[in-house]
Design a protein around this ligand. Structure first.
Ligand code: KG4
Ligand code: ZN
Length: 408
């Protein structure tokens, strides 16, 4: 990487799905700082259809894109001259939606004569982990030697993706495992629909799962694990398991591929199991307690599989850092259970020099936003030569959205 001189300022745009977002982010020796992050959500518009309608999304993006960009620039207090480059989500996503952000970004890049970077949406989710008041990228680097956050393991869990990704350096991605059918977020959304809960399903299910714990005076499993860790200095795996299962709900759903040899996932069978469970108990669909219990068990099933596979990947690849990326990373039970699992691994298995750092994005950068796109773009931009930057300026009009953009 080139030594950083001065500050790099990026204007970024994200319109891959149902959020119109723009941000201004700066990158200097203190790390990645968000100067402004504006997100205009279309959740209410799409909720009545139970999911995102691509053409409606595009129409809303057209309506919102200019005001959102203007607000980001105004809040950040920056003007054309302060911007070093423009970044936009190039894919994956809905083409009609992506097109609006890409068109706006191309226009600005052309008129302002700025380099234009097309960023992979999931790369943005990954780099959201490094945004901080004092950038976590810098803090993590400072604690160790520069760049020593790698190898890094990312658990990517969004509405469209569920992957375990190994990074040996910035922007080097090796997909270790992925879902064979539904993504984790997609499963949350589908099961929420089965339970008659609103869109988006993830937050709705999380809320009902929490209500189940509250009404039964139960701690969420992550809290039980924390307590057990405090009570039992060297807990046996089996002890932990039985203590937790004593507190589990009467309803049980499968944990697909929990013990499989690979790092792949499958959530469609779990969704079908939830569907049959609800069909068999049709009369109880209006019973709030029943819905809460199914939501709790479903969330636990997803989290159990995600945590077990991440742990397996840690044991196999010994990363220095583990992060979670994508909308489902907002799930508190997932964050807590993963943190507990890594803490236990660090305490029991690893010598101090091999301890794993665990980073999570701030909640506001877990869901779709443009700051994460700016973060990835800034780290990419500072590594480019002046010729490469010139090329991004002169080629800006040839950047096209790609619904199936590969991560690389
Ligand atoms: O990353 P994201 O905002 O959009 C995509 O790139 O797909 O992720 C959206 C997904 C949705 O499926 C939503 O239900 C899920 O993230 N989600 C959650 C939570 N918040 C959002 N899933 C579980 N728990 C949450 N708290
Ligand atoms: Zn996303």
């Amino acid at each position: 990487m080139k030594s950083m001189s001065g500050t790099t300022t990026i204007l970024s745009i994200e319109t891959s799905c149902d959020e119109t977002a723009a941000a201004v982010i700066s990158y200097d020796d203190a790390g990645l700082t968000v100067l402004a992050s504006v997100v205009s959500s279309q959740i209410e518009l799409h909720a009545k259809y139970g999911g995102v309608v691509p053409n409606l999304a595009a129409r809303e993006h057209i309506r919102n894109i200019i005001p959102v960009i203007e607000e980001a620039l105004e809040t950040a207090g920056v003007a054309e001259d302060d911007i070093d480059a423009i970044a936009v989500t190039q894919g994956p996503g809905l083409i009609p939606a992506l097109l609006i952000g890409v068109s706006a970004a191309k226009t600005l890049a052309l008129v302002w004569q700025k380099p234009l970077l097309g960023i992979h949406h999931i790369e943005g989710h990954i780099y959201a982990n490094f945004i901080g008041v004092k950038s976590k990228l810098q803090i993590t680097n400072a604690k160790r030697t520069d760049g020593d956050i790698f190898p890094l393991l990312a658990l990517v869990v969004s509405g469209g993706h569920t992957q375990l990704v190994l990074m040996r350096d910035h922007f080097e991605y090796e997909i270790l495992g992925e879902t064979r059918d539904d993504a984790a977020g997609e499963a949350f959304d589908k099961v929420a629909r089965i339970l008659g809960l609103p869109y988006p399903g993830g937050p709705a299910i999380a809320k009902r799962a929490r209500a189940f714990c509250d009404s039964n005076d139960q701690l969420p499993n992550s809290k039980i694990q924390t307590n057990l860790k405090e009570q039992i200095p060297k807990p046996e795996t089996e002890t932990r398991k039985s203590a937790i299962s004593n507190l589990q709900s009467a309803i049980t759903l499968p944990r697909p591929m929990l013990d499989s040899d690979n790092l792949d996932f499958s959530f469609s069978g779990l969704k079908t199991a939830a569907l049959y469970l609800v069909k068999e108990n049709e009369a109880r669909k209006t019973d709030e307690g029943f819905v809460n219990e199914v939501a709790h068990e479903f969330q636990d099933a997803v989290v159990d599989v995600l945590v077990a596979k991440t742990r397996k990947a840690i044991e196999t690849y010994s990363p220095k850092t583990v992060i979670i990326a994508g909308g489902v990373s907002a799930n508190e039970e997932l964050r807590n259970q993963l943190r507990n699992s890594i803490n236990i691994l660090n305490l029991e298995v690893r010598p101090p020099s091999e301890r794993v750092s665990f980073l999570v994005p701030e909640f506001k950068y877990s869901l779709d936003n443009a700051a994460m796109i700016g973060a990835a773009a800034a780290v990419r931009f500072v590594r480019l030569s002046s010729e490469e930057r010139e090329q991004l300026k002169s080629n800006s009009l040839s950047l096209d959205p790609n619904a199936n953009l590969p991560l690389r």
